[in-house]
Design a protein around this ligand. Structure first.
Ligand code: GLU
Length: 420
């Protein structure tokens, strides 16, 4: 987000993750051996990829893959393409995947990958060569029982298709289960594209019920209009909630009478982004501070910080993005009595359906969309209830409760598995 670029660069997502980790570790009374094991990623691989660009010059890109933990199963997590990618960011995102998978109870550890690049300024051929080079250099890191990538910021079905193709060529056998978020014809799952947004909607519904708020009487603001933001907005609107603000890199669009999300989605399809869309044009920072009941930050890290948390008026924040709230903002939001459904719970619908995709690949039998959605909704609802109960039991915010639930599972398993 252009308007928040300075805020973003001042913060380190790894510090943000570690602050919450430390807090939950204290509540759990985590012993030092487990604490130190979970504090560091199990494996971090950095590669430099020389790519022939369309102008005939070779450009060298830096890429990473971090496996934070493989205690609960193979590491799982997306690959992002962005100029903001750094090893610290990828380490934080990988750890968040460990906690996210543990919170929803799927048998995976956590991983994340990233390439520092600006795919929007590259041709399709350049992105393909970069993706294939990355997949080839990570062919011994990835594997259906080792480490399973998926889409994240600026990657999607096409990149997953290239990864499967490259990996399969190297291994000499077609291996669709090496990643998730694939096109349907390559073993993708029905419902995967919508899964993260759907989980955000289910979390919103559960939270409103706990807060005693009626959807029909609520307004909602969504920051970010990529896969997660746009689909969250659409499904939240279907609950009867009025969407009054949306945004993307071009800025925020505010319409107190309500925005028809379908119109915004069609507008982006036709124009590439929201520039010129109806409503009052505001900045992304103004958007976060709008008068509303529900705020869904679904753009990127560190959007809600100690600089703006005091001005937030929403009663409920549901984190569609990973790490949208800095650790310094947590206390301010708690003080104001705002319920925050944390990222590792709220956006876990995506990885949950990734798990279903992997299961279907291994069975060679595909489910209906109805079955995928029903099972994913059940997982999300149950996880919400477990975290909510833990927050009451330990008298902490939902975020710390989610870490406690997740870290307890990983620590218990770690004890059984042992160390050498
Ligand atoms: N990138 C998504 C996330 O952050 C999905 C990861 C996955 O499906 O493995 O949760």
């Amino acid at each position: 987000m252009t308007s928040n670029a300075t805020i973003h660069s001042d913060l380190n997502p790894l510090d943000s993750m570690m602050k919450r980790f430390d807090e939950a570790a204290k509540i759990l009374g985590l012993d030092d051996s487990i604490y130190n094991t979970l504090k560091y990623p199990a494996k971090a691989v950095t590669v430099h990829l020389p790519i022939m660009m369309d102008n005939g010059k070779v450009h060298v890109f830096e890429g990473h893959r971090v496996q934070h933990s493989t205690t609960l199963g193979p590491s799982k997590g997306g690959i992002r393409y962005s100029m903001d990618v750094s090893i610290d960011e990828v380490k934080a995102l990988a750890a968040w995947m460990t906690w996210k998978c543990a919170v929803v109870g799927i048998p995976y550890g956590g991983g994340k990958g990233g390439i520092k690049c600006d795919p929007k300024s590259m041709s399709k051929g350049e992105v393909e060569r970069l993706t294939r080079a990355y997949a080839a250099s990570m062919s011994d890191v990835f594997g259906p029982d080792k480490d399973i990538p998926a889409p994240d910021m600026n990657t999607g079905q096409q990149e997953m298709a290239w990864i499967v193709d490259e990996y399969s060529k190297i291994k000499g056998q077609y291996t669709p289960a090496v990643c998730t978020g694939k096109p349907l014809t390559m073993g993708g799952s029905l419902g995967r594209v919508e899964a993260t947004g759907r989980g955000v909607m289910v979390s919103t519904r559960s939270a409103l019920a706990k807060l005693g708020l009626k959807p029909q009487e609520c307004t909602c603001v969504v920051q970010g209009f990529g896969n997660v933001g746009s689909i969250s907005a659409k499904l939240i609107e279907m609950l009867g909630i009025k969407i009054i603000g949306i945004s993307d890199v071009t800025g925020g669009y505010y319409a107190p009478e309500g925005i028809k999300v379908e119109d915004a989605i069609n507008y982006v399809k036709a124009n590439g982004n929201l520039k010129g869309f109806a409503g009052k044009n505001i900045t992304n920072s103004e958007l976060l501070e709008l008068e509303c009941d529900i705020l869904v930050p679904a753009a990127m890290e560190d959007q809600i910080t100690d600089q703006n948390a005091g001005n937030i008026k929403a009663k409920l924040i549901v984190e569609g993005a990973n790490g949208p709230t800095s650790a310094s903002a947590d206390a301010i939001l708690n003080e104001k009595g705002i319920m925050v459904v944390p990222d590792i719970l709220a956006n876990a619908g995506g990885v949950t359906v990734s798990y279903f995709e992997w299961v279907q690949n291994r069975m060679g039998y595909f489910w209906t969309e109805e079955r995928v959605n029903r099972r994913a909704d059940r997982v999300m609802k149950q996880a919400f209830d477990v975290v909510y109960d833990a927050s009451k039991k330990h008298n902490v915010a939902m975020r710390i409760a989610a870490y406690v639930v997740a870290m307890d599972k990983v620590a218990t398993t770690q004890k059984f598995r042992g160390v050498f």
